[in-house]
Design a protein around this ligand. Sequence first.
Ligand code: C5P
Length: 299
Amino acid sequence: MSVTVRVPAKVNVQLAVGAARPDGFHDLANVFLAVGLYDQVTVTPADELTVTCEGPGADQVPLDRTNLVARAAEALAGRYGIDPAVHLHIAKDIPVAGGMAGGSADGAGALVACDALWGTGASREELLDICAELGSDVPFSLVGGAALGVGRGEKLTALEVGGTFNWVFAMAERGLSTPAVFREFDRLGEGTDIPEPVASQELLDALAKGDPDALAAAVSNDLQPAALSLFPQLADTLAAGRAAGALAALVSGSGPTTAFLVRDRESATRVAASLGSSGTCRTVRIASAPAPGATVLGR
Ligand code: C5P
């Protein structure tokens, strides 16, 4: 028997970043929105824990015990005294090292898949605790929809979303390392006073109303200057999307994927075509939000 779980990518419509904490992490006010680009994780009983991966960028995905899918299986098995002898297969569609929480999505997917396979009876809270141990973005991958994440981003409050938001995503030629982008954020902010991160009420209202113009006026990403500093060509991609008529253009999370909020499905097609032929990115995708969290597809 095997279990397959589908997990969404995310875009951060607000990413407010505070100063580095003593533990090296940063306090965040992180407004996550799950978008309809999905990885699938399939777990099958096996002789030992193994990981395989297919899809774009699969060659950059580690297949050893450092992969979040393996760590998720081991963490759940450890809690319930189960031998984590399973084969985990990742079918990737979320860009690798793209700032869309692809690795985190896979971790959440593996956790839900193993939980269903083993029938542990773990509560949602227990699963969310394990997610938070695995990484700051992993709890959100489990719940999906929209949420405000504080602390490292792992302490979630679900947010109301009053409509569908249409997005275009431009994938870059190479990835960016999240720790490197946070380090660059620290370097750029040296000697300055970094305010406490707080969620924008305008942004939360825009989400609740389902109003793309209001959301476009309120999106922000404090990691964007750091991502642009490490990957200056992203400025060309952002400019190309704005010129094509996007309501808002921003780096997704730590990048380098760039995210373009558009008014409707037709403008998504137009902006995607324009970006696709701009020569400023590797590939372009259209997706809508909010998307559901980790979902068991079948067994
Ligand atoms: O939590 P996660 O392991 O996904 O984070 C990856 C890296 O991103 C951390 O090692 C840290 O460098 C950085 N990070 C941070 N502050 C956060 C979340 C992540 O500095 N709130």
